[in-house]
Ligand binder design. Structure first.
Ligand code: UDX
Ligand code: ADP
Length: 459
């Protein structure tokens, strides 16, 4: 099928950057991104490119080049569906917060709504592409909805999981390690492959059956998360044995079978994918009665929860077993640098733990707003909105948060933290001045020389 028009349902962290790059590399294809959230669509259409709803290095430049030419953002979902030959489903699939599978299974209600919407509106044949991360065999459900509700329209369903990481999304999209397309219809697969071939070599485009494609996405995220939990488990051992986790990571990473990437010990992984996808994998394994498989992967999450708790406990213990009434300056709230996304960020859980101990927290993050910080804490339901607002302050000038602080907790590895005037900061703080570096971002010797009591992960 010749593709002239693409519709993408969901203008989020996946849909937005992915479609922007597809539009940039395929000037002859009209790409329309639609969303039920009109505020989000307005933000994507904002003249001021610094107000796009997603911060991602390189994204605003591509939007500037393509928006209004062959990239459009709209709330008219039905029109975009009807006009397009190819429809990407790129909506959120959070962990269920109710009913069967609560806290484990992916909530597919948004995906199902999209499938129903497509079936009701489509008057011509469509290729429907799953972009969101979905449990293995979801395509079956999508197909069933499309074929039972649709009239004589022919639908082909493909799985084309996205492997971009936030903060490097544009680079990941421009130079992917691979593009994965799973499906049954060879024609449909080649229609999608042709879009990627505008900038990706064919030997990097992998064609598989649809179930392998769905499961590969969950597996890739599970393996990546497992590496972080593995090195984090070793970090605690390092703290007890005077081994240095960065030296250990370097030593093992030089083994080409292990590889050097993704071995940075940290306060714990966050983001919208890792935890959700592993919980989902565990849920699916249990649903087939594969309890050993489920237990194995569940441990990756347990280790991550432990690492976040351990970081907060270490801080409390070092501050003479109490943080009550003490000011803690938190540097960073995003789940990693170069993104404004805070979903499952370790900072949320560490802050919650410290607030339970009655700490006064002052947050600085270059891309996250105060409203977002409060929403994240309210979501945990640990205390009332009023209590959260009273216990946490937010500053747009980091030096304000250091004034009179007992300790600094580095939660996100933003580059700018490295260039702060640490001598000045030392003078602003109560003594002894503590730093708990959850990202091993600063130089221990330099910090000790200034006078800080410096604690990092795995050293
Ligand atoms: C991840 C996958 O990398 C990506 O392929 C998939 O499409 C979506 O999920 P993302 O969550 O955006 O991407 O970021 P990623 O770079 O994987 O980081 C996830 C978390 O792990 C972050 O909190 C990061 O700080 C943490 N991390 C990563 C570590 O703590 N140590 C590391 O060595 C690497
Ligand atoms: P991701 O990280 O997977 O991109 P986001 O939450 O950033 O997730 O984006 C998903 C987007 O999908 C949200 O903007 C949400 O409003 C949108 N969405 C969810 N359900 C629908 C739907 N039925 N129709 C249109 N858009 C939807």
């Amino acid at each position: 099928m010749k593709i002239n028009k693409i519709c993408c349902i969901g203008a989020g962290y996946v849909g937005g950057p992915t479609m922007a790059v597809i539009a940039k590399k395929n000037p002859n294809i009209q790409v329309t991104i639609v969303d039920i959230n009109s505020e989000r669509i307005d933000a994507w259409n904002n003249e001021d490119l610094s107000k796009l709803p997603i911060y991602e290095p390189g994204l605003s430049e591509i939007v500037k080049d393509t928006r209004g030419k062959n990239l459009f953002f709209s709330t008219d979902i039905n029109k975009a569906i009807d006009e397009a030959e190819m429809i990407f489903i790129s909506v959120n699939t959070p962990t269920k917060t109710y009913g069967k599978g609560k806290g484990m299974a992916a909530d597919l209600k948004y995906v199902e709504l999209c499938a129903r919407n497509i079936a009701e509106v489509a008057t011509t044949n469509k290729i429907v592409v799953e972009k969101s991360t979905l449990p293995v065999r979801t395509a079956e459900a999508i197909k069933s909805i499309l074929h039972n509700l649709g009239t004589d329209v022919n639908f082909s369903v493909l799985s084309n999981p996205e492997f971009l990481a936030e903060g490097t999304a544009i680079q990941d999209l421009l130079n992917p390690d691979r593009v994965l397309i799973g499906g049954q219809s060879e024609d449909a697969i080649e229609s999608l492959a042709n879009i990627y071939k505008s900038w990706v070599n064919d030997d990097k485009i992998l064609r598989t059956n649809i179930w392998s494609s769905e499961l590969s996405k969950l597996t890739a995220n599970a393996f990546l998360a497992q590496r972080v939990s593995s090195i984090n488990s070793i970090s605690e051992l390092c703290e007890h044995t005077e081994a240095n986790v960065q030296e250990v990571a370097k030593a093992i990473g030089m083994d080409s079978r292990i590889g050097s990437k993704f071995l940075n010990a940290s306060v714990g992984f966050g983001g919208s994918c890792f935890q959700k996808d592993i919980l989902n994998l565990v849920y699916i394994a249990r649903s087939y009665n594969l309890n050993e498989v489920a237990d194995y992967w569940e441990q990756v999450i347990s280790m991550n929860d432990y690492q976040k708790r351990r970081f907060a406990d270490r801080l409390i213990k070092t501050l003479y077993n109490t943080v009550s009434g003490k000011k803690i300056a938190m540097l960073g709230w995003a789940f990693k640098k170069d993104t404004n996304d805070t979903r499952e960020s370790a900072a949320i859980y560490v802050a919650d733990h410290l607030l339970n101990e009655q700490a006064n927290i002052s947050v600085y993050d270059p891309k996250v707003s105060k409203e977002k910080v409060i929403v994240d804490l309210n979501y945990l339901n640990t205390r009332t909105e009023k209590e959260n607002e009273n216990a946490i302050s937010f500053t747009s000038d980091p030096y304000e948060s250091f004034e009179g602080a007992h300790a600094i907790a580095i939660m996100t590895e933003w580059d700018e933290f490295k260039t702060f005037d640490w001598n000045k900061i030392y003078n602003q703080m109560k003594k002894p001045a503590f730093i708990f570096d959850g990202r091993n971002l600063l130089d221990k010797q330099k910090m000790n020389k200034i006078g800080f009591e410096y604690y990092s992960i795995g050293q």
